[in-house]
Design a protein around this ligand. Structure first.
Ligand code: SAH
Ligand code: SF4
Length: 366
């Protein structure tokens, strides 16, 4: 059995090196070859002794998910559908902007939390992604998006400057693997991203928010979506277990350790459901004691969804009401609409498991 080294952070690699009779400091060299240079063939790891390279070739592999499809939208948004085996597809989206490049990464196949407006939630839960499958998304993006494909050395050649765990799945429900992937994102020998540039988005798993604060406090986005429990219970069912008051208390505790001095609240704009001026006013009162910014997300509709996107007018008014109360509020651009870039939508198009595996097999056979 070979070991996939993409599953290991620096500590895991050091342990692996010790296990195979090598010095643990080799871990840092390996980390650089794997993550900074994107090398998969141990033979090319030229500063490792030949004997070690040969040993690695027989004992280990560097294996990321397989690319099934790779779409580029007119606005430059790029979306990969990746196979993680057994007919399961996940998606990764790259959003280029003038001063940064953001990669939206998935953490699970499906999601058990069943938010009613979410296509991933509607698919149900299949399984957690491994560390290799989570970090593999950044690994693939970095390899694919190099400015100069031949130059795999310079930091300036890297295009992904920010990572958001806002793809398929609930990252905090796959805590251990997500945190190990975060460690790799932050490690200077791997991707060297600052904590401020890595964001975990959660629907509000309160105990896990506290664990993240202790273990790896990166930037935090919380999917609020409603200004009161009765509405949030309907949209985000996990609210019944961790109601808004407890969630906001966890946010305040998080801020004591967070790399940014605010929490980002995501708020999906659903026509006639949560988008009125009175909802906005209720929200203002609710978050009075929580330093925050709002990101309004116009609902991305998908086949079989029960909701409609709020009108542009409603979104603008809602934003203005929050802004007038002194809350910084942005509206997510509906980028990449031509490739259905709303997280969860592409894999969601492949409806049942049988069809999905046929589709994936057909694509990978090419
Ligand atoms: N599970 C995590 C992260 C993944 S979802 C979470 O819920 O936060 C990332 C964001 O997209 C969340 O804010 C989620 O509520 C939102 N979202 C899900 N489905 C959507 C849709 N159809 N339209 C717009 N936003 C959606
Ligand atoms: Fe899961 Fe997030 Fe979708 Fe809710 S919005 S079902 S938590 S992926």
């Amino acid at each position: 059995m070979t070991t996939n080294l993409l599953n290991y952070d620096v500590k895991g690699l050091a342990d692996f090196c010790t296990e195979i009779g090598e010095k643990p400091f080799r871990a840092k060299q390996l980390l650089r070859w794997i993550h900074q240079f994107g090398i998969t063939d141990f033979v090319d790891m030229t500063d490792l002794a030949k004997g070690l390279r040969e040993k690695l070739t027989t004992l280990a592999v560097i294996e990321s998910p397989q690319i099934i499809s790779d779409y580029v939208a007119a606005d430059g948004t790029r979306k990969w559908l990746l196979s993680v085996g057994a007919g399961n597809g996940i998606e990764t989206v790259f959003i280029p902007e003038a001063n940064r490049g953001t990669l939206c990464v998935s953490s699970q196949v499906g999601c058990a939390l069943a938010c009613t407006f979410c296509s991933t939630g509607k698919q149900g839960f299949n399984r957690n992604l491994t560390v290799a499958e989570i970090i593999g998304q950044l690994w693939i993006a970095n390899k694919t998006l190099r400015i100069d494909p031949k130059d795999n050395t310079a930091d300036t050649n890297r295009v992904v400057s920010n990572v958001v765990l806002m793809g398929m799945g609930e990252p905090l429900a796959n805590f251990d693997n997500v945190v190990m992937a975060l460690d790799l994102m932050l490690d200077d020998h791997a991707y060297g991203l600052s904590r401020r540039r890595v964001t975990v988005s959660t629907s509000g798993l309160v105990p896990a928010i506290d664990r993240l604060r202790e273990r790896c406090p990166v930037a935090l986005a919380v999917s609020l979506h409603a200004p009161n429990d009765s509405l949030r219970d309907q949209l985000v069912p996990i609210n019944k277990k961790y109601p808004i008051k407890e969630l906001l208390a966890a946010c305040q505790r998080y801020l004591l350790a967070a790399p940014r001095d605010f929490i980002t609240f995501e708020y999906v704009m659903l026509d006639g459901v949560n988008d009125s001026v009175s909802h906005a006013n209720e929200l203002i009162k609710l978050v009075r004691d929580t330093p925050c910014k709002f990101n309004l997300i116009p609902f991305n509709s998908f086949p079989g969804s029960d909701f409609r996107r709020s009108t542009s007018e409603a979104v603008c008014i809602f934003r203005d009401v929050l802004m007038q109360a002194g809350i910084v509020t942005t509206v997510r651009k509906t980028r990449g609409d031509d490739i259905a870039a709303a997280c969860g939508q592409l894999a969601g198009q492949v409806k049942d498991k049988t069809r999905r595996s046929t589709y994936i097999k057909a694509e990978t056979a090419e």
